[in-house]
Design a protein around this ligand. Structure first.
Ligand code: ZN
Length: 412
């Protein structure tokens, strides 16, 4: 299967322009766009299980035209920025609406805090290594010489939107990528590992113990300080420093892991459990998974930069028998089916269920599956447990390439 998809890459360039006033004006215009749209939003009452109000954001081109004229009053920079502001206001309101309907936001108007401007293609020109952004028509320009920038050896595709903030100019490149899809690997999230599954590769286990270790180290550090911090305010800054460091180390580690996964399993689509749905559907698994969960979200979002990602519903994935479909109440690490007698590792069972959401097994695998499981088809790995239908594992333990934390990539 192959299909076209767009990929976006972005690169940052530091600048020394004083753009505070311009950014502040833009933020003000964006907030006005939100205010005006908010004022014209109508609320429709809908009674399902309980009474709730559904916001209807005005979308007519007449409304947008009037909004544009309204915004241009008191705006003395290029008029095209009003279009950017309207576009951005809509995307902010849409995302607020989605979260509000899911119960994650209150019925309050979004407020713009961050100062940045999205510069559309119509507002800048690029010639001979120089980017020229119009601020005021024919009068004021910002010129960035990027002819010697480091990213040219990596950038490809066409230059898209620019994002300007107080310190940096971010340049985006958009390029079409033909994806030859080789198959799907589904990933199950656990506290100390993520477990992938694909019928041709087998079971892939990626070790996350290092991540666990990083969290633990900083948890202890914070504990030691927290009791003192209430008396000594200066320690609060130290605490903050620790949380920043923890976050950076975690992100760094996850970057390495996701790069390793997407390079090792190039052209595969990676399926992940959609954790937003989990909250509603699968309460029993939510315990003790807060840290694992935040890591998981980072893993999914960083994987999304590097490979194609598909979100899957976690509904009953741990309870359903992957061979006959019966819903059991599994206890312990070994899953036993009361209907067909399947004995299998519980996490692997969940993985196979997730896999079945996106693909059916090739017929040869299906026959093997029906005749007693996966044993014996994996590439490498240790002995399968004789008492279960558990397969041998594909890669014994995948860790990122050697880093300063001393981990290694092991293919056995
Ligand atoms: Zn069964």
């Amino acid at each position: 299967m192959s299909e076209c998809s767009y990929q976006v890459r972005s690169y940052k360039v530091k600048h020394n322009y004083d753009v505070k006033w311009f950014l502040e004006s833009y933020r003000w215009m964006l907030q006005r766009a939100i205010n005006e749209t908010w004022k014209n939003t109508t609320w429709k009452e809908k009674v399902t299980k309980r009474r709730r109000l559904i916001p209807i954001i005005p979308k007519s081109s007449e409304f947008k035209r009037n909004l544009r004229n309204y915004l241009l009053g008191g705006w003395d920079f290029c008029a095209h920025y009003a279009d950017s502001a309207i576009k951005q206001a809509y995307s902010i309101l849409k995302s607020w609406r989605r979260n509000y309907l899911n119960g994650r936001r209150a019925k309050t108007k979004p407020v713009v805090k961050k100062k940045f401007v999205r510069v559309k293609e119509t507002l800048y020109s690029y010639k001979n290594g120089r980017i020229e952004i119009s601020i005021r028509p024919f009068e004021e320009h910002l010129v960035f010489d990027v002819s010697n920038a480091w990213f040219w050896s990596r950038a490809k595709g066409e230059m898209g939107e620019l994002i300007l903030n107080e310190k940096f100019l971010t340049i985006t490149f958009r390029f079409k990528r033909r994806v030859e899809e080789r198959g799907v690997i589904v990933w199950d999230c656990n506290e100390r590992s993520i477990d992938g599954f694909n019928p041709e590769i087998g079971w892939i286990r990626v070790d996350l113990r290092k991540l666990f270790h990083i969290h633990r180290v900083y948890e202890l550090k914070r504990q030691r300080l927290q009791s003192k911090a209430s008396k000594k305010p200066s320690l609060r800054r130290v605490l903050e420093k620790y949380s920043n460091r923890e976050r950076n180390r975690v992100r760094d580690f996850i970057h390495k892991i996701t790069t390793m996964i997407s390079k090792t399993f190039k052209d595969y689509v990676h399926g992940f459990e959609d954790l937003n749905k989990e909250k509603m559907l699968n309460k029993s698994r939510a315990r003790n998974r807060n840290i694992a969960k935040s890591n998981w979200k980072t893993i999914i979002s960083l994987m999304g930069y590097k490979s194609r990602v598909q979100l899957l519903s976690p509904y009953n994935s741990t309870k359903r028998c992957s061979r006959c479909g019966m819903v059991n109440a599994p206890k312990g690490a070994l899953y036993k089916c009361k209907n067909c007698g399947l004995k299998i590792d519980r996490q692997l069972n969940a993985c196979i269920n997730l896999y079945l959401q996106v693909r059916v097994f090739p017929i040869s695998e299906a026959i093997r599956w029906a005749c007693g499981g996966w044993g014996g088809f994996t590439l490498t790995g240790g002995e399968a447990d004789a008492g279960s239908n558990e397969p041998m594992r594909g890669f014994e333990a995948c860790e990122p390439p050697r880093t300063k934390y001393g981990s290694t990539l092991t293919h056995t």
